[in-house]
Structures are given as C-alpha cells and as structure tokens.
Design a protein around this ligand. Sequence first.
Ligand code: PAJ
Length: 300
Amino acid sequence: MTSDPLLAPTREELQRALEARKAPGLLALVPTMGALHAGHASLMRVARDRVWDGGQVVASVFVNPLQFAPGEDLDRYPRTLDADLEVCAREGVDVVFAPSVDEVYPGGDPQVTVDPGPLAAQLEGASRPGHFAGVLTVVATLFGLVRPDVAVFGQKDYQQLALVQRMSRDLCLGVEVVGAETVREADGLALSSRNRYLDADQRRRATVLSRALAAAAERAPYGLPAARWAAMRVLDEEPESEVGLDYLAIRTPDLQVVIDEHPAEPTPARVLIAATVGTTRLIDNLPLLLGGGRAAVAAD
Ligand code: PAJ
C-alpha cells in the first residue's frame, strides 16, 4: 500500500512535491532532526491518522544549528538519512523535506527570530539559553515553507510542545499542534536519538528518570510533598557522580504555573525531570493527578 516518499532537498523541490501530490485533504507536518526511531515513527502514524486518506504527510529532517549552543553536540549529532527514508516509507510519509543549512537559512543566520517568551528561560531553557528561540525560529520557518494544517510533536519534549502550541496560538499561525505520547523502551527509558551516547552502565542507570517519574505519579494523589519525596527517593539510589539531577519540577499542564500547594481536588499536573547520566543530558516527563487522597487512588 505504501510507496516511497518523495525526497525534497530544496525549497523548490518541496513546493513541486506538494503541488504534484496536491490533495483535497489536510496537510500534516512532522518536524524532526533525523536519526529516526520508533518515537518519531509514532508521530508519523499520528499525522497519518489525523489527515487520513485524502491528506498528506510531510516529514522534515533537519539538524537545526540555531538550537545548539557552542559546545553542544551539533557536530556529532547522528545523521542517518538513508535509514530515515526507510522509516518514512514504512510509515506512509508522502514527502521528506531534508534540506541543507543554506537551504533553510539562505542568507546565513536569520536576522529576525522568534522570541519564545518567559517560559523559554525556565526548565530546559535555564541550562540551554537560546535553545527555544532556535527551535521556534526553525519551526516557524518550516510552518512557512510547508504551510501545514496540522503539526505533530512528541510529549517527550514537553516544554518544546507547550512552546510551539503557544507560538501557534499567540502568533495566529493557524497550525493545529498535536502532542503525541512518549514511546519508551521496555524498561521505561524514553526513546531519544541521544540514548546512543550512553555506554552499557549508563544505559542501565538511565532508567532512573522514568522510575522517578513513575514513583511521583503513583504518590501524586497523596499530594505534592509525597510525590516529590517518592521521586527523590528513587534518584537518591544513584551515586551523584553518575546521575546529576538538573531539575524535578511539578507544574500545571501548560507549564505556566509552578504548583507549590496541595490541591484539595484531584488536579491534572505535569512532572518533568532533567538529569545528566555520565555526560549525556536526558529529559522525561509524565502527566499526574495531584491531590484527592485515597479516594482518587480508589477511583482509578
Ligand atoms: P527531534 O529530537 O528529532 O524530535 C522530533 C520529534 O520527535 C519531536 O517532536 C520530539 O518530541 C519527538 N520525539 C522524540 N523522542 C520521542 C519519543 N520517545 N516518543 C515520542 N516522540 C518523540 O525535537 C526536535 O527534533 C527539534 O527540536 C525540532 C522540533 C525538529 C526542531 O528542530
């Protein structure tokens, strides 16, 4: 049923590919930096389901220099286009936009960029200044080039998802931003292109992130301190020399508000974690229902 996607390395070829396959249905975009894994593939399936038969799915594969700080892994970030095209073909992607840096930023770094606002200075942004300005600038550029109706992002990068949703809303870009569930290894580790930097010992320890989040989610009905304490107990089992906690945060689902009181009613929230395992920085998050006590647990 599936055929090979059209590969478009330039803006012109992208436009031609979109024209050639012009369909009456919706157009969905899945932006990626390549090195595609089952997490990315799941986004393509969500996109396919969202546009259904009449529509088309575009995936972009572009390692965006603007979102990497000096000293980060821009140079060693894995580039695996042939394997990526196979994943896209399997998932029924219609067009793969895989441009060079010059193609996306023809005049060098853009003069006008997206200011991602106050949320971008917090959580991930606190240790990666400029990161979200780079992300939102390339996402806005991709939205301009592809003009999708729908764009699919992973909940794995929850703050990125929240900021892209906010950008589309605040700047009236007209793109529906859909968040897809995190795909995990059997032991709970969230799939990430950066997991390949972990050696065997670090790979074993890396499950501490998802275990800490699961512990927090399990204790969340008993309130904020119980949730935090449960997560910290899991983290404390790992030596600080091997696992360095950056943050463990509990916020409202839109990430705008830090929750610091025990809610009387069961209240949806998000728990987010960032930690460095060896030299690799990993992030993860889970939804949780905070407060409500034993009744909330029993009702589950
Ligand atoms: P990248 O890290 O390649 O991720 C592309 C998309 O895949 C993101 O929306 C991310 O949240 C999602 N993703 C990654 N791991 C996932 C997992 N385990 N389960 C579900 N989805 C997962 O995020 C970026 O690229 C870039 O910042 C980008 C948005 C492309 C802008 O350059």
